[in-house]
Design a protein. Sequence first.
Length: 405
Amino acid sequence: MKIKDIKILVTCPGRNFVTVKVVTDEGIYGLGDATLNGREMAVATCLEEHVAPCLIGRDPQNIEDIWQYLYKGVYWRRGPIGMAAIAAIDMALWDIKGKIAGLPVYQLLGGRSRKAATLYAHANGESIDETLDNAAALMEDGFKAIRLQSAIPGLPVTYGVLGDKKDYFELQGNRPLPPEEEWSTKKYFNLVIELFERARERLGDDIHLLHDVHSRLTPIEAARLGKLLEPYDLMFLEDACIAENQESYKLVRNHTTTPLAIGETYNSIWDCKELIENQWIDYIRTAATHAGGITGLRRIIDFAGIHDVKSAPHGAPDLSPICFAAHIHLNIWAPNFGIQEYVGPGNEEMQRIFKHNIKVEDGMAFVSDAPGLGVEFDEEAAAEFPYKRSYLPVSRLEDGTMWHW
Ligand code: KDG
Ligand code: MG
């Protein structure tokens, strides 16, 4: 079997997605997700110009060798663009292998460790009341774990709470240049403690609660927040501070027993090696799309497992349903799976383009038994929604200083 063609398909059904289709000379094809929010065309060009031409004629069954060829064989190792390109090819090759074997990918990984993957949903709001109303509705829908984010009083807009009331999947197309947002740690602290205090009063003690800081704190501020949130028993506090200096988390860890999660921007095992081997974190949030695909993420999950760190893959709307499917296969297999982030099935246009039958019931995702990843991509429908340049916002302190993303 040989790789005959590699198509790179960019579409914007509300937000941009980069999809790779690897076609073989025997008619079997595989799909992969290469979406890198705000840098979509950089990955698409990398694939088109620098990756695809090197793979034509190779045997798609040699997943490991192709992974190593694209990783070790390149002078410029790692980095989000190169690793997203490797990721998409890798996912497509696992998809092909599953189709050849007539088996779903989780069976190729080693089979089931659980019946389904527990999900955490998002409750966002312009006020604490609105956030808690949304959380209560998600509990009614059967979710057992919910991330709470609420707008910060006194700031014009708060990232991640859908201030413009748009749907998650329609946040793009209206941002041809990066919008600028303000951040105040002082105002945030007042809000976040009250949010969790009132959440426990209203939602009770049985529900798992989570929160994403989006890296806006310094290590000592993160340590203080973790400590102040201890009475509210979070499942985890995510991205409490940046960990370019991985030892920052030693400081946070030494001050709090609130579990810590990080990793959604990481593109290789090296970005989290010290965090994991020193047990400074509890959950690793790396995504298959951004860390070298199923092969890359499987390696991180196994490494995490021997250090009692659980997986909690990133599941934001800028990861396509192909990535979601790859995560569900990994989650069903991984002995140290923790929880999967989930923001819903996507808008109507997305559901027309990406078809799969992963069932979400009672706050859990049930894997599809279709061979491979179990996702179909409608190229004609995708062509109706061309790429639109779009950016995430940037963050500045109230005096104008650029701040951590
Ligand atoms: O591309 C950025 C988003 O994926 C990110 O803002 C979402 O932090 C996020 C999360 O935890 O889903
Ligand atoms: Mg996050």
